[in-house]
Design a protein around this ligand. Structure first.
Ligand code: NDP
Length: 469
């Protein structure tokens, strides 16, 4: 059985320990992931420190060219990596699954390589000229989750190295192997030490984020771990980009053509079996539209094939791990106990962490399935009578990652949009992220943004050069 390896200083390392990884669709073994010890974290950070100065000295154009080569490697190995993602994470190869994740990896590599971030003259008069330069921070610790393991790692890694930082990445202990393979491949075109990995549980993540040589932390994951990352950052006063969970509300405004939006609502909620930070997790519909929304979404859910994502006809895979599987089941059972209208769709295989697509009506704010982030294939549909009440409900939780308004007239929605307390408010779409458009949370969904020019700035520090004329 294959043992996957970390990359440190451009070399595959010999693991001190390893543990077995299982396919969440059929529980078959996929091989062994390495388990780093504390010494390996030290070696990985030291290698990143050693490589950083010379990497930062290269010209911007040289780094951009190398990042384009990374995009090429990702493109060439897309099918290999997509199959590994499907086997390890569970999302299907087809549809909005692992091939889609690999396309995103390529796009989110090409775009930062194509952007210009030039020094900016911020002030000039007869006596002085002040220019703001953007310089690298140093070594970035990247902590990635298990839901979009490669794509989110790319979001963290690529802007950082493009701007002259070096990186130590820790993938989630649930999904390390596809990521380790991607990093091994990317290292073919990067100088040794620019991009390193360590693996293991939260203790290894904690050792990495507390390391005295870390200058920036990029984190995507839960709010609870996010708070620990903030504490860790105090050690070095490291800036952080925190992308935490969401509990995104979608509000369908009265007068909207339900049939026309139903498919987009469905995928807005059930992308990656709901295991996406910016999925629709609460759907608010007007009393008069409730039956039609239920019926349209039921009809779509009934057509979806659930199963092992290596089958090209499957569009919905399993939950990734038993922790998440149990958590989602518990939220559904709580709704059942409270007398909600729980409707299940799809034939679910016996083995694996599969759940049916589940729509839950007759449910209100204050119930667990509405108030807690489900991160799974279940959607509560909540009725409202007054739009202002729906807006108040959407804003009523601490989470503030995304929100959406669905309307016949986009001007009406555009007028309401600034009232929604979220990092992004989408109109007639949900979760429609783009590599040029800054993305990040409000309130308890984190701080700092990724993507676009703002995302590049976030992995640099400002250095103002002020000249007396
Ligand atoms: P975590 O926040 O625990 O995991 C995210 C990453 O943080 C993993 O790589 C994890 O490592 C690492 N980590 C854990 N503890 C520490 C620490 N003290 N210091 C540094 N790194 C650490 O999320 P879970 O996997 O436990 O999922 C819990 C919930 O979080 C889910 O049910 C879901 O609601 C939400 N979530 C949100 C995501 C998003 O995209 N915003 C992604 C994933 C989960 P390891 O896995 O090895 O423990």
């Amino acid at each position: 059985m294959h043992i996957y390896r970390n990359t440190v200083d451009g070399t595959l390392t010999e693991p001190a320990n390893h543990y077995e990884i299982f396919n969440p669709a059929n529980m078959q073994s996929l091989g062994f992931a390495p388990e780093s010890d504390e010494q390996e974290v030290d070696r990985a950070v030291q290698s990143a420190v050693d490589a950083q100065k010379s990497w930062a000295k290269r010209s911007d154009q040289e780094r951009r060219d190398i990042v384009q080569k990374v995009a090429h490697i990702l493109e060439e190995n897309s099918e290999y990596l997509a199959e590994l993602i499907t086997r390890e994470q569970g999302k299907p190869l087809s549809g909005l699954g692992s091939r889609f994740e690999m396309q995103a990896c390529v796009g989110w590599t090409q775009v930062p390589a194509s952007l210009e971030l030039n020094p900016e003259v911020v002030y000039e008069d007869d006596e002085r000229k002040d220019t703001l330069h953007r310089v690298p921070l140093g070594v970035v610790a990247a902590i990635a989750p298990w839901n979009w393991p490669l794509m989110i790692a790319i979001w963290q890694i690529i802007p950082a190295i493009r701007m002259g930082n070096t990186v130590v990445l820790k993938p989630s202990e649930y999904t390390p192997i596809a990521t380790l393979e991607m990093i091994r491949l990317i290292n073919q075109v990067l100088p040794a030490g620019v991009l390193n990995t360590v693996t293991g549980d939260g203790n290894i993540g904690s050792k990495l984020t507390h390391h005295p040589d870390i200058s920036k932390i990029m984190f995507t994951g839960s709010e609870a771990t996010g708070r620990r990352i903030i504490e860790a950052s105090a050690r070095n006063l490291s800036p952080i980009t925190l992308e935490l969970g969401g509990n995104d509300a979608a509000i369908v405004m009265p007068g909207t053509n339900i049939k026309a939006i139903a498919m987009d609502l469905f995928w807005g909620a059930f992308l990656n079996a709901g295991q996406t930070c910016a999925c629709i997790k609460r759907l608010y519909v007007h009393d008069t539209d409730y039956e039609e929304v239920m019926s349209e979404l039921s009809s779509i859910a009934g057509q979806m094939k659930i199963g092992d994502g290596m089958d090209e006809s499957v569009l919905i895979g399993p939950l990734q791990n038993s922790m998440q599987f149990e958590k989602v089941k518990e939220l559904i059972s709580d709704a059942q106990k409270n007398g909600c209208d729980v409707r299940e769709f799809g034939n679910v295989p016996d083995k694996g962490y599969f759940l049916p697509l589940t729509l839950v009506g007759d449910i209100k704010d204050g119930q667990r399935l509405v108030d807690e982030e489900q991160f799974g294939p279940v959607l509560p549909i909540i009725q409202y009578s007054e739009l202002s009440d729906a807006i108040a409900s959407a804003n009523g939780l601490e989470a503030g990652l995304g929100a959406s308004l669905w309307a016949h007239n986009t001007a009406d929605a555009n007028e309401l949009a600034p009232r929604l307390e979220a990092g992004t408010v989408w109109i007639n779409q949900h979760g429609a992220i783009h590599p040029m458009v800054p993305f990040g949370g409000n309130k308890a969904s984190g701080y700092g943004v990724e993507f676009g020019i703002e995302g590049l700035k976030a992995v640099t520090q400002g250095r103002t050069i002020s000249i007396k004329k």
